[in-house]
Design a protein around this ligand. Structure first.
Ligand SMILES: Cc1cc2nc3c(=O)[nH]c(=O)nc-3n(C[C@H](O)[C@H](O)[C@H](O)COP(=O)(O)OP(=O)(O)OC[C@H]3O[C@@H](n4cnc5c(N)ncnc54)[C@H](O)[C@@H]3O)c2cc1C
Length: 443
């Protein structure tokens, strides 16, 4: 039976747990629909968060939320593409977003999440949402006609009532862990170590702010993301079992060892100085069994987390927030906030995640890497793949057909090698490249 959406004593239409990109986007969307919304944020912004490199299609999300101008004026570093370097530094491939089809604006940003998340959350408040920081959600109870959300905060514990609740608490998954099952991805069992550095050499010109990826021979990889004029975020992603076998080392030692083992990283960090603590992220990737239930939805990392290889996290989180806001607004208008109302939302978010997952898992598959890095592929396949890397989650039929061709070539290559086996990228030195040449014409 449909649950009544309008409890007699309701403080808000919706309570959102978490004020990160997913929660703030949900709140902006709901507020712009005229809904009353309360955001509970455990921390006080600005605060550090990992997830600094954006993709061009996030610009569409910024526009939909009305923050494109704010982001453009935010002083963030411009990003135009991504380079992939072999562990010994002998080979580099460049993915230039200007070559990506269906991508209106190839330039995006590297952001310090402290400033970026604050900007988005402040916009939620300006849009009409009530935002409480330093206010953790402590418990949620479901009644037939409302949800009651108990939270802490400077003023002590309180309980608020709403028609529905959104869990956007990130990987904490306050509600998601309780109400649904978190399924870890057997193909993406990785961990990450990361820190901020100064004095990491950069390119000049248009590519100065691009992300650099350095592959490792154990299928791990480094990222180097310029997040300000001085600071570069440096991280290494390692297979979980590789990290687990290295017992006894501190985080500092573990990261330093990875740098020493990867000559291209050693060279780039030779004169660099670490200016933050080393941080560690474990246990990814995963998907929720369910994305919604009666009176609840999960959005962003609370629902699903995808390996950061193609920097899709913030895009997925904010787009899910927009979709959650739309789904809730429609459900409230229809007077029915039962799960059946959220079927479209669940399908959409799950499909988008799986679409990018195919590419993220591909990166760890040698056959995918062979084709991804090798050929100057015909029929616009290269431009179609770059489009996905740019964040295009709504490819046209033509692009979809090109992507199908890309995966068909990989399938053939798995049986009958049609391109040199790369292992590490170093083997590609003499081969033509899927990506543009190392030196971009725009340098
Ligand atoms: C190693 C690594 C590298 C990454 N690199 C990138 C990248 O380059 N680009 C990219 O786009 N993404 C990247 N990501 C992913 C990105 O960090 C996330 O996808 C993104 O932050 C998800 O946003 P969210 O709003 O869902 O969650 P979050 O950003 O985690 O926000 C959740 C919020 O909920 C709050 N919260 C938690 N518990 C409670 C509670 N009980 N009550 C109230 N509030 C609570 C938290 O304080 C937090 O502010 C990376 C992730 C990792 C682990």
């Amino acid at each position: 039976m449909a649950a009544s959406p309008v409890p007699p004593t309701r403080d808000f239409d919706v309570v959102v747990i978490g004020g990160g990109p997913a929660g703030a986007s949900t709140a902006i969307r709901l507020a712009r629909h005229g809904r009353s919304v309360l955001v509970l944020e455990r921390d006080v912004f600005p605060r550090f968060h990992i997830g600094e490199s954006q993709v061009p299609w996030t610009d569409e999300v910024f526009q939909e939320l009305g923050i494109d101008g704010l982001v453009a004026q935010g002083g963030f570093v411009e990003k135009w593409g991504a380079s992939f370097t072999s562990s010994d530094g002998s080979v580099e491939k460049y993915a230039d977003f200007a070559s990506a089809v269906e991508t209106p604006r190839p330039q995006t940003y590297q952001v310090t999440r402290a400033e970026f998340d604050q900007l988005v959350l402040q916009h939620a408040e300006r849009s009409g949402a009530t935002v409480l920081q330093d206010t953790p959600c402590l418990d949620v109870t479901f009644a037939p006609d409302h949800v009651a959300v108990r939270h802490g905060g400077p003023g002590g514990e309180r309980t608020v009532r709403a028609a529905a609740v959104v869990d956007a608490s990130g990987r904490v998954g306050v509600l998601a862990r309780r109400l649904t099952e978190r399924r870890y991805d057997a193909l993406l069992k990785n961990v990450a170590l990361h820190a901020w550095y100064e004095d990491v050499p950069r390119r000049t010109g248009r590519r100065a702010g691009d992300i650099r990826m350095i592959t490792r021979t154990d299928r791990g990889w480094f990222w180097l993301i310029p997040v300000s004029d001085e600071i570069t975020s440096v991280g290494v992603v390692l297979p979980k079992d590789v990290h687990a076998a290295r017992t006894g080392a501190s985080l500092d030692e573990a990261l330093e060892r990875c740098v020493r083992e990867t000559p291209a990283a050693t060279a780039l960090l030779a004169s660099a100085r670490r200016v933050s603590e080393v941080r560690f992220d474990a246990d990814y990737s995963y998907e929720s069994r369910d994305y919604a239930g009666d009176r609840w939805l999960v959005a962003g990392d609370a629902a699903a987390f995808l390996d950061p290889i193609f920097s899709t996290g913030v895009l997925l989180a904010m787009q899910a927030g927009i979709d959650a806001g739309d789904a809730l607004h429609a459900a409230l208008a229809a007077g029915d906030v039962s799960r059946a109302r959220f079927a479209g939302f669940e399908k959409l978010v799950e499909r988008r995640y799986r679409y990018f997952r195919r590419f993220a898992t591909g990166f760890y598959d040698p056959a995918f890497r062979d084709i991804f890095f090798q050929s100057d592929t015909p029929l616009g396949i290269r431009e179609a793949v770059l489009s996905v890397l740019a964040g295009n989650w709504r490819p046209s039929l033509t692009t979809r057909l090109r992507l199908m061709a890309f995966f068909a070539v990989i399938a053939v290559h798995r049986r009958v090698p049609i391109a040199p086996r790369l292992g590490d990228l170093a083997a590609t030195a003499a081969a033509p490249s899927l990506a543009s040449p190392a030196t971009s014409p725009a340098d």
